[in-house]
Each structure stands twice: as structure tokens, then as C-alpha cells.
Ligand binder design. Structure first.
Ligand SMILES: CC(C)(COP(=O)(O)OP(=O)(O)OC[C@H]1O[C@@H](n2cnc3c(N)ncnc32)[C@H](O)[C@@H]1OP(=O)(O)O)[C@@H](O)C(=O)NCCC(=O)NCCS
Length: 171
């Protein structure tokens, strides 16, 4: 049996805009097909949004490659800006088990259909967590569409379990 090709993860830069935008569009299609209730942003608008965020040091776009070919990406960032000094001091005196300022968020994570089930998603998530931890996060959040078992399994492996569930429908 041939060995699994090595997965490499690297930080995306401005020159990766085409690649990240193309993977993002595949993710949008995937989420729509799973019943996502949001309204997809037009591709050119998403592209401008990604271009802006690729320039930001505090936003982590990581790209995964397998055998040299891109197979996925993750976008992760702090959910809230870091707390000012006075708030950090207060929290040290009065510990908060869920300090909001220490919350990271996985905005997007996607692996191409052919690349799934080989550990790429886990590698991306692990690298995103490391990058966010370097910014001081203690907790991490993501949103998952009901029925997306692969995504639930991926996050559960990293210790992220379902919390509240929103209910929504046409009325
Ligand atoms: C979710 C996704 C990123 C996972 O990527 P992946 O590379 O297939 O994940 P991994 O191979 O690292 O698997 C992670 C864990 O999930 C499990 N898993 C993967 N696919 C699964 C499936 N279809 N059903 C149940 N568990 C699954 C794996 O077994 C693994 O756990 P293990 O190591 O204990 O065996 C990928 O399926 C994807 O891109 N889906 C479409 C986009 C999407 O839904 N993104 C998430 C939005 S919240």
C-alpha cells in the first residue's frame, strides 16, 4: 500500500487570493447544499473581503496541501478584540471561566471533496488553534449546520461540543 501523501499547512498571503477565493466559493456551495439559511455574498464581494483580511496579521488564513496540491483552507480570528489592560487586570482578580475576550472563532474550514477523511481538516484546525492560542485565546467557537456530521466530528476531536441550537423557519 502506498503511504499517505504528507499534508503541509502554511499561512496564506496576498498572492494566494485566487486560491483562497476559489476554495471559499466551493465552501459556500457546500454549505448551501446542506441547507445553510444565510444569503451567499456575491463572489466579487467575497473576494474583496478575503483580500482585505489576507493583509491582517490577526486573521489567520491557512492553506493545506497534499502532495503539493492545495486541498483546503481555514480562516480563524479572535471573535472580539483583546480586552484593555484594566479589564484584563479585573479578570485576574475576579476570574471569569468564559472571558469573552479570550474567544477565538473558526469563520471557515474547508477540505476539497477528494481530500476529505485523510486528516487534512484536523491538521488545519490544529494549526489554527495554535495560531489563535499565540494570541491568547482560551476558548474556541464555530457554527455548524445540523447534520454536518464530518464537521461535528472534526470539532469534537478538538474538544468543541454542541452548545445552544438555534431554531428557525418560514412563518
Ligand atoms: C468538515 C471537514 C473540513 C473535515 O475535513 P476532513 O479533512 O475530512 O477531516 P479529517 O479527515 O481531519 O477528520 C476529522 C475527524 O472527523 C471524522 N470524520 C470525517 N468525516 C466524517 C464523516 N463524514 N462522518 C463522521 N465523521 C467524520 C474523522 O473520522 C476524524 O476523526 P478521527 O480522526 O477520530 O477518525 C470536511 O468534511 C469539509 O470540508 N466539509 C465541507 C465543508 C464544511 O462543512 N466545513 C465546516 C463548516 S462548519
Amino acid at each position: 500500500m502506498l503511504p499517505e501523501p504528507a499534508i503541509t499547512i502554511r499561512r496564506a498571503t496576498g498572492t494566494d487570493l485566487d486560491l483562497v477565493a476559489a476554495l471559499y466559493e466551493q465552501l459556500v456551495q457546500d454549505q448551501v447544499s446542506r441547507g445553510w439559511t444565510g444569503r451567499p455574498t456575491p463572489a466579487d464581494e467575497s473576494r474583496r473581503y478575503i483580500a482585505r483580511r489576507l493583509q491582517r496579521a490577526d486573521v489567520h488564513y491557512l492553506v493545506a496541501s497534499s502532495a503539493g496540491a492545495p486541498v483546503g483552507f481555514v480562516e480563524a480570528a479572535l471573535l472580539l478584540p483583546p480586552a484593555p489592560r484594566a479589564v484584563r487586570l479585573f479578570r485576574r482578580l475576579v476570574p471569569d471561566r468564559h472571558p469573552r475576550a479570550a474567544l477565538g472563532y473558526i469563520h471557515n474550514i474547508f477540505v476539497t471533496a477528494d481530500g476529505r477523511g485523510a486528516g487534512v481538516g484536523s491538521s488545519l484546525l490544529t494549526a489554527a488553534i495554535a495560531a489563535l492560542k499565540a494570541q491568547g485565546i482560551k476558548r474556541l467557537r464555530a457554527h455548524v449546520i445540523p447534520g454536518n456530521e464530518a464537521s461535528f466530528a472534526l470539532f469534537a476531536k478538538a474538544g468543541l461540543l454542541p452548545t445552544q441550537t438555534a431554531v428557525e423557519g418560514e412563518v
